[in-house]
Design a protein around this ligand. Sequence first.
Ligand code: DGJ
Length: 721
Amino acid sequence: MIRYDAAAKIFTLSTPHTSYQMKTDADGRLLHTWYGRRLPDSCPDMAEPRAPHTDPGCWPDLLPLEYPAPGTADNRCCAVCPEYADGTEAADLRYASHKILPGKYSLPGLPAFRQDANAESLCITLWDAAGLQVELWYAVYPDCDLITRAAVLTNTGSAPLILRRAASACLDFSPRPLELITTDGVWAGERTPHRAPLRPGEQTIGSVRGIPGHAHNPAAILCTPDTTETQGEAWGALLVYSGNFALTAESCEAGTRLLLGIHPYHFAWTLAPGQSFAVPEAAFVYSRQGLGEMSRQFHTAIRRHLLRRPWADPQTPRPVLINSWEACYFTFDEQRLLQLARAAKQADIDLFVLDDGWFQGRNDDGTSLGDWVADPAKLPDGLPGLCKKVNDIGLDFGLWVEPEAISPDSDLYRTHPDWALKIPHRETVAIRRQYTLDFSRPEVVDGIWAQLQAVLNSCPIRYLKWDMNRSLANVYSAALPAARQGEVYHRYVLGVYELQRRLTEAYPDLLLENCAGGGARYDCGMLYFSPQIWCSDNTDARARMSIQYGTGLFYPGCTMGAHFSTVPNHCTGHISAPQARMAMALFGTFGFELDLTAYTQKELDGLTPFIAWYRAHGALLRGGDLYRLVNPDAANLGAAWMTVSHDKVEAAVFAVGTALAGSGGHCPRLVLQGLNESVAYTVTDGENTETCSGFVLQTLGLPLPGDYGEAPSKIWYLKQV
Ligand code: DGJ
């Protein structure tokens, strides 16, 4: 619901539990006055009473501007910075008009939360007299307390201007103690949560790697110091973008400003008179019931309003797949692949994915990227021949590609050396022995699209894994003049989106999984196209506990690529119990990534109950609400969580590792959440079934085995009697 009080000049956007408010002051500046708990329908003016130092007459530099620009008083981090033809870098944005529209606004060329009949949009137009118009777009989604924001910036002057900054959103908080949570990491250790009180000054996470990268995710939470999983205030922010980003929290006497959007490094976008620039979307959720509720609202928002159909629907089954990577790496021939497919069939797996190494001359990571033609030495009958044989075994077929990459040793590079990003007269940096294609150029996107179409039209490929194994470097486009080089990073991302748009529109039933050297591009921009993203190259159950916990702060489990793999784990050497590995894979998209040809028939038979369990409860796992019961600690000793259906009729409960272990024979208990306390549930762990009231489960909890240790983990299914 969006209301405008014309007399008081107040905009109030409300969802069932939250409100967001802005007000234009007497001089036409748009001020941010509230984001938090739902305001009464009378929409009180939250700008009053003001702290003395926010009196605009005295301290205009400390005003909580909704979309701040530099040079005309605001001296904190700014959202937009135009450089006009006379060299001034300033804007003084004043209210011009607004409109309230049914449904959801759209952003040309950019992924965004989707159209929804129950959404409502607001556009406020601000104007700087020197020639910049800012359309601030807002949408409210009532079913999940989601508020999205974006902006369209237009040059209304008579000379070109350069955008030096173009953030997605800015949020000002009045002075109060706040803590910042971000998810950060490294390759094989992505998205580990870090929480710390805000310190005075600016704190920024971000990326100038061309992709979000392993180090930081484009998402953050501000919360009060007392906020826990189940109580306290939390403001969550997500960026719907897959390139360079900056997320800054700045604290000073005026309070805290949270700013998120495209990173200003090497960003300079020229707007000719009349031209516009759309900034990527940001999305916000506010919770008064702690981090758990915030996560559940984000999960619902992503599942219902971002993911692509048919995969968005929890009832749409996702195939249980086997991926060849950890089984074979680059060393295979057709016979070896078919042996693996046969073993997978015996375990009742649905789909066989051929990972890296299938195309001409690709025997290690040093060659052939860009030449998307099957290697006859490995696949004598090409992809169609292999696909048919896999289908004959009874499995669907899927394939790996890395469309943005080009090997210096490839036919594509020999033919089009200028298609790689490279700075003239400098050595081009190879990372993982490969360059990156200049996706800012439409003809490069067209060239790769033609190759992908040839592959996808050659045989029934049901699943495609789109990988991206390096950061950008040498970012310079041979196709743009010197003055436009500051556009390359963003144009690159637009090129990636364009190719994924073509792919998903031309092959609507193709299951696309994004991946970037593990989980280096795990963001809402990618999720708009692919309903699942490979979470990490680290498939160790213990490591996955914290990676998937951190990922789950924002993104639902149904988006997390997660596979059961062998022990000792290829990344960590750690040995974890099969049930722990199963639990972590079931938390996500559930697949396998190991050499099943080394399994005995008995071992293969041991996998099938889990696959059957996933088939039986997949819709619950994909569509239910997540409750985190025990979070993994720094030592990664254990975790427990549960997924409850919206109607609270059924639930799946997982407990992994040693953190919950009792001592001296004492049986610890796991107290559940999210259930209906006034009904009874049957509780089954696969061997025993008991009946227990929801009240007892949420007070006394489930008994854990006394010898609960690293080895046994527990998985329960609960159903209302
Ligand atoms: C990185 C991915 O994360 C892996 O799963 C695998 O596909 C390799 N790339 C292949 O090169």
